[in-house]
Design a protein around this ligand. Structure first.
Ligand code: SAM
Length: 225
């Protein structure tokens, strides 16, 4: 997903309290950012943030950080969250914040090792990651073995990577790369919505809704070490 450049995006993100600035300064200190001891989960390539906000609402006992490379895309996620909070506030006396357990970072995920300490991340979500179809760009895929090595640098020992896509070539590649990187595929399905066990509690992403409405089966794998 790449929206046209939106000139006001940088300013809005800079001023927004849920958008983390100077993220590398928080390495090893993410619990202090949230002010609690709850585990931290990240979604890489969160797009407009539907999945992340729903997960944060369902799991107040967890902290969630959405990572998105493009400011124009992150702007949409932040505006969506603000709208949700406004709606919630107008329903409530006292105006409590809707989601205290969510933050955003605008960055390239290739740098996560500089942002999180080893073991600081409890889980990583990759949803409908860009396929980078040309072979020479394979290292840019978020499920390449190069990226699995980066996840190794930040993930807790029992932590897992969860990946969903409708792109079957990318899914096959991802299963193979997890194996090559020395990870174990703990669960996988080529048709998530027809798999009651794996689909239980599934939170649909924006792309998942779009592609499953077209009839594309959704693939999912969960990998650990
Ligand atoms: N996850 C959302 C969903 O399922 O609806 C959006 C999917 S969209 C196809 C992929 C998103 O990942 C895009 O917004 C893109 O900018 C972002 N992205 C791709 N590579 C990235 C990287 N290396 N670091 C951060 N974000 C990335």
């Amino acid at each position: 997903m790449r929206l046209r450049n939106i000139p006001r995006a940088e300013g809005v993100l800079e001023a927004h309290d849920k958008v983390i600035k100077n993220e590398k300064e928080h390495k090893g200190q993410w619990k202090a950012v949230f002010g609690n001891e709850h585990p931290v989960y990240i979604e890489i390539g969160m797009g407009k943030g539907q999945f992340l906000t729903e997960m944060a609402a369902r799991h107040p006992e967890r902290n969630y950080i959405g990572i998105e490379r493009y400011s124009s895309v992150l702007l949409r996620a932040v505006e969506r969250l603000d709208k949700l909070e406004e709606e919630k506030k107008s329903e409530q006396e006292g105006g409590a914040r809707l989601l205290e357990n969510i933050r955003f970072i605008c960055m390239d995920a290739a740098e996560i090792g500089e942002v999180f300490e080893k073991g600081e991340v409890k889980g990583i979500y990759l949803n409908f990651s860009d396929p980078w179809p040309k072979k020479r760009h394979a290292r840019r895929r978020l499920t390449s073995k190069e990226f699995f090595a980066r996840y190794d640098q930040v993930l807790a020992p029992e932590g897992q990577v969860e990946f969903k896509t409708d792109n079957q070539d990318l899914f096959q590649f991802s299963l193979e790369q997890a194996d090559e990187a020395g990870w174990r595929v703990l669960m996988s399905t080529w048709d998530l919505h027809a798999d009651p066990a794996m689909n239980q509690g599934n939170v649909m992403t924006e792309y998942e809704k779009k592609f499953s409405a077209k009839g594309n089966p959704i693939c999912k794998m969960i990998a650990g070490r």
